[in-house]
Design a protein around this ligand. Structure first.
Ligand code: PRT
Ligand code: ZN
Length: 295
């Protein structure tokens, strides 16, 4: 009995569903790779597994991922928050992943007058997101007719199918090309990791291992490694600009009176700090990407 139990654990794998093809496919695979997970490449286009982590990968259409995860066919999924919220299935959002960023917006023909959400009263809105649009209208006490279409939403006003649209926007060029202007952002979205509710204990342990790696990769992307030379009399001023993870590393150079300073800086402060470092007399400033950052 005991040995069966052990054996069962040994072969337990997490199943993760990712997009088969489309905007999130490459970044999802890249994220797993950055987490040190190597996927076996075979002929099977629907599933594969990792060679060095107990993980099986299912390739699906993004719209189907929340349902598969809710039904526990997959334990985890990587999908846009827009799809998770629209499908409204019983899944848990575990972590935002920092890619696939976009917004779900209402847009109307450029020439039309628009004052506020109330301008949508009694209008016809074409969208692939009927649930989220209805939620938005209800929240704003607006009555409008939702016309659900599955693609090419942006052409709906031009062909007389609707007065307005609600669709995903990233650069805004699709709206521009179709003579539309964005009037309301109803959701800001990015790819998220979702999991089934009540994941069993052993799988939760594996999920936590994966999550630890994902968070280290995400943290590393927000920081840069910086290396510079500083005259010793300026060390205090320069080090106070570079608090680093604990404090900067300072090492003497062969050149008398100079030190080498190593630290990490947050991308938000990057240009500001670089300018101040130069003003304080830092020289030979080198900046590089960090692959993983633990804590
Ligand atoms: O085949 P499958 O069903 O899996 O894929 P799909 O065609 O439904 O989805 P896909 O691959 O287009 O998008 C997958 C996910 O990427 C979406 O659910 C979002 O979470 C995310 N994402 C990020 C986007 C965009 N940016 C985006 N710009 N999804 C779609 N678009 C489209 C938008 O619908 C519009 O047609 O791009 C156009 C607007 O882009 P801009 O740059 O012109 O504003
Ligand atoms: Zn889709």
């Amino acid at each position: 009995m005991v040995s069966f139990f052990v054996l069962n654990h040994e072969f337990m794998k997490l199943k993760i569903a990712i997009q088969k093809s489309g905007r999130l496919n490459e970044d999802s695979i890249k994220l797993l790779k950055e987490c040190g997970i190597e996927l076996l490449t075979g002929v099977n286009k629907l599933r594969t597994e990792a060679s060095n982590f107990p993980l099986e990968v299912l390739f699906l259409r993004d719209d189907d991922i929340p349902q598969y995860v809710a039904d526990k066919v997959a334990d985890l999924g990587i999908v846009g928050e827009n799809i998770v919220l629209e499908k409204n299935k019983a899944v848990t959002q575990v972590e935002k992943l920092g890619f696939g960023k976009c917004r779900l917006s209402v847009a109307i023909p450029k020439g039309l007058y628009y004052e506020s959400v109330a301008s949508l009263e009694n209008k016809k809105i074409a969208t692939s997101y009927p649930f989220l649009v209805q939620q938005f209208l209800d929240k704003n006490n607006v009555n409008a007719e939702i016309h659900e279409i599955s693609g090419s939403v942006e052409i709906a006003p031009g062909i007389g199918l609707a007065d307005a649209i609600c669709d995903l926007v990233s650069s805004g060029s699709t709206l521009l090309m179709n003579g539309l202007k964005e009037t309301e952002v109803i959701l800001k979205s990015e790819a998220v990791l979702i999991s089934t509710q009540d994941l069993e204990e052993e799988k939760t342990r594996l999920l936590n291992q994966l999550l630890f790696r994902i968070q280290s990769v995400k943290r590393a992307k927000r920081y840069k490694y910086i290396l510079l030379n500083a005259p010793n009399e300026k060390l205090n001023a320069i080090c106070s600009l570079l608090p680093g993870m604990k404090s900067p590393t300072v090492m003497p150079l062969m050149d008398e009176g100079w030190s080498s300073v190593h630290s990490v800086i947050h991308e938000d402060d990057f240009w500001n700090i670089i300018e101040q470092l130069e003003k304080e007399g830092a020289q030979g400033i080198l900046v590089s990407a960090i692959e993983k950052m633990i804590n």
